[in-house]
Design a protein around this ligand. Structure first.
Ligand code: NAG
Ligand code: NAG
Ligand code: NAG
Ligand code: NAG
Ligand code: NAG
Ligand code: NAG
Ligand code: NAG
Ligand code: NAG
Length: 415
């Protein structure tokens, strides 16, 4: 009985039309191939350590430390059009079209002006220079799907304004994107791996959500690129949730079977956990995991009796709210896996705070299969609004402010 209702929940999570949102499509495919050029030749990790001698201690003030015992994930969104947004679409040249809602025609802009206010403390003010000082000589990498890519882009936009032109660059090295900050010998990177473990959707642009097949016990292809990274930020959810069953292999690579999504998710996380316990160094490497990013596909969940989605929403939800799209069994699996790990992974539980933000998705002002929507598609938001991805500037900036707060909290100067 219980399983049945779970299956129905997963079943209804992604209407068929949404499959196309998770896929970049041929337009983007061609574009990316052009842009990536001969990027395989691009030498990435030959890091001269010449900047080491300029290393200065990071000055951390009392306001930079989140009060002991404060849960930054409990709080509310407050109107703040003085400090927010932290950057603009115009000031950040690194945003992709998928997230620049205003430029794509979104008429309202309230969604950019909300600040997350924890109940019992304040988040430190985001200081790009301080973050770069903490990242000096280091690599920060975001791993996951297109939601995680937005968090990567947000981070790039949050820091890029303090770096002079010519001292920063964004390179595509599929399945990665790499933002390098020369002066700090640092990089902020993104790695496409929608299931974390290996799958037939690992190609950065040519991938499908309809014919997914996941290798639940394989991570070798990816982990090589992750093991040298100083700070890793993982995320994986929405690609699992297309149907209640998922084709996967475990053991024999030729033996494809249908697994319950929950079983498959648990096995994949175990593979990931075992890798970390055996290969990462807890003294020099830091790992974060972002909890699921919520979707707002059904307006009846916050507005009983209505029949729409997140389109035309201009304000956050006030008061308690948890949408059915954020699967609690998956949350429990995540919780259990992290508990059992020897390696210390910090869960950034951003689901609840993002649940309130029904107003902040790209809706009809994003892309589908790599293209902006046509006029006809825009006139049919019930079928074409994207209620998975977020506009930038927007909610992913807050996730990064929280990540920044944790990095500050754990930072120690080695003088
Ligand atoms: C691709 O590489 C060639 C030579 O390496 C260069 O001349 C050309 O400008 C590059 N194209 C793009 C789009 O980066
Ligand atoms: C900021 O918000 C306040 C209160 O809603 C409003 O009166 C003011 O005009 C806004 N300022 C700007 C610059 O939008
Ligand atoms: C995309 O991948 C599929 C299956 O892996 C392959 O058959 C197809 O040729 C690929 N398309 C392009 C444009 O590379
Ligand atoms: C698994 O793969 C088979 C064969 O391609 C297909 O018929 C089936 O629908 C797939 N199952 C799921 C859950 O996608
Ligand atoms: C899926 O879950 C149901 C109920 O828990 C169980 O009976 C079934 O064996 C599971 N299937 C697989 C492939 O794990
Ligand atoms: C959006 O909502 C407002 C009321 O909040 C309504 O007046 C307007 O007609 C709606 N627009 C569309 C296109 O549904
Ligand atoms: C994340 O927070 C929600 C409530 O905000 C809670 O229900 C859930 O258990 C938390 N997840 C984990 C893995 O601790
Ligand atoms: C793990 O992280 C927590 C919170 O940052 C810290 O209190 C704890 O001491 C760490 N444990 C180990 C074994 O490093």
């Amino acid at each position: 009985m219980k399983q049945l209702s779970l299956d129905r929940r997963i079943q209804t999570l992604f209407p068929v039309a949404l499959a196309s949102l998770l896929v970049l499509g041929t337009a983007r495919l061609v574009l990316d191939h052009l842009k990536s050029n001969h990027s395989r030749d691009f030498r990435l990790y030959s890091r001269p350590r010449s900047h080491e001698k300029h290393k200065l201690p990071v000055v951390i003030s009392p306001e930079d430390r989140v009060a002991e015992g404060c849960n930054v994930f409990e709080g509310k969104w407050v109107w703040d059009n003085v400090s927010y947004p932290l950057y603009t679409e115009e000031s950040c040249p690194f945003l992709v079209k998928q997230v620049t809602c205003q430029r794509n025609g979104r008429p309202d802009s309230f969604y950019k002006n909300w600040r997350w206010q924890p109940n019992e403390c304040n988040l430190p003010r985001f200081d790009p220079l301080k973050l770069l000082q903490m990242l000096r000589g280091k690599r920060l990498m975001f791993v996951g799907d297109s939601v995680q890519r937005a968090q990567f882009e947000s981070m790039v936009c949050l820091v890029q304004s303090v770096i002079p032109v010519g001292k920063k660059s964004l390179q595509r090295v599929p399945p990665m994107k790499i933002f390098k900050i020369e002066e700090f010998d640092a990089s902020i990177e993104y790695y496409w791996a929608p299931f974390i473990v290996e799958s037939n959707s690992d190609h950065a642009t040519n991938h499908t959500v309809l014919k997914r097949s996941v290798k639940l016990d394989s991570i070798a292809k990816h982990r090589k690129e992750w093991e040298g990274v100083d700070i890793l930020v993982f995320e994986s959810y929405v690609w699992w949730m297309y149907k209640p069953l998922i084709n996967a292999t475990y053991g024999s690579p030729d033996d494809v079977k249908e697994y319950n999504v929950t079983t498959a998710y648990r096995l994949a996380l175990e593979t990931w956990a075992n890798w970390m316990d055996s290969k990462l160094n807890p003294h020099t490497q830091k790992v974060f995991f972002m909890s699921m990013s919520p979707t707002h596909l059904w307006s009846w969940e916050w507005k009983p009796g209505s029949d729409g989605n997140c389109f035309n929403e201009s304000h956050p939800i006030q008061g308690p709210f948890w949408g059915t799209g954020s699967n609690l069994e998956i949350m429990e699996i995540l919780h259990d896996t992290l508990q059992q790990l020897k390696f210390n992974v910090t869960l950034l539980n951003i689901t609840q705070l993002s649940e309130f933000r029904k107003d902040a998705h790209t809706t009809i002002y994003g892309e589908r299969k790599g293209k902006l929507l046509t006029k006809e598609q825009r006139s049919d938001p019930n079928n074409f609004a994207d209620c998975i991805h977020w506009c930038l500037p927007g909610v992913p900036d807050t996730w990064n402010e929280i990540l920044y707060a944790y990095l500050l909290k754990n930072y120690q100067n080695f003088l």
